[in-house]
Design a binder for this molecule. Sequence first.
Ligand code: PMP
Length: 361
Amino acid sequence: MTQRIYNFSAGPAVLPLPVLEEVQRDMLALPGVGMSVLEISHRSKPFDEIILGAEADIRKLAGISDDYHVLFLQGGASMQFSMVPMNILPPGGKADYIITGSWAQKAMKEALRIGTVNVAATTEPENFDRIPKQEELKLDAQAAYVHLTTNNTIHGTEWKYDPAVGGVPLVADSSSDILSRPINVNKYALIYAGAQKNLAPAGVTLVIIRKDLLERSPKGLHTMLNYNTHAKERSLYNTPPVFAIYVMRLVLKWLLDQGSLEVVKRRNEDKASVLYDEIDSTGFYRGHAKADSRSLMNVTFRLPNEELEKRFVAEATKAGLDGLKGHRSVGGIRASIYNAFPKEGVEALVAYMKEFERTNG
Ligand code: PMP
């Protein structure tokens, strides 16, 4: 099969078509280099241009000042669950975690290996269907940092505000909504994101870290797990995932071509609203997330029963709408519509939903 289908997968996820076309065109030889990006040294001039270009473009897009390092690491967002507390939680110290889903829980588990955790809020009793309000957060002024998950990929909820945390450093897992809307970087001390949803193929993890945080890393920490190593060596201490960084560079150029993250956000709002309007239209479909917490990236909903959900997914796949099965922990349907997901794909899904309801409702 060479025809592209609509890929609603939560990640790895759809990449912009012009990016794939450029990757394909230059696969055998990068222009002026005569070798493919898969074959060049990470210490070569062409790769230096790629990684420096990627960093410059992220800084430009997100408005990141010189107070921050931009790092390209490995090990996925899951490695950051560990690296964050290993570096910035003093042994036996306390950290605040805001629990809005399974990924936040996994992040918290790693912090508990180093110190204690204050659950500043949790929406688990409501099956993680919403983001807590500022007044619900029980923050500890003595905490080493506050951790949150800006977009909850599994449950389909997303923070619509940057919580006020006093002077305590705010740490965000933004794996599934990074660069999908403007970011107030200055409100955060550290932002991390696995790349395989909005940025690149799997293999690279973006870390934006405020420079003063580097002073916290314990001296005895293993070299590869220490942010100082990667900051000092500009993410080239060891061999970085060159291909993933190259593709990220192309995705960033594609994003810059859109104009700004404000424009990207408006597009994402437009796409998501088409889908949420359909979910809300008759009662056959039921959105999982509460209206004020709905994610622009992962749209989660249920049908009247599991049998219908199974049929919905199976027939959708046959119709060229792939990856709609909800995460195994919550069931139902999940349509992931990241930056690169085309509006026509959302419209195709809505047409399919209408027809499915007509024949099964
Ligand atoms: N955090 C969030 C919000 C995620 O969606 C995911 C992956 N789906 C992860 C963390 C884990 O990322 P990785 O697989 O890169 O470790």
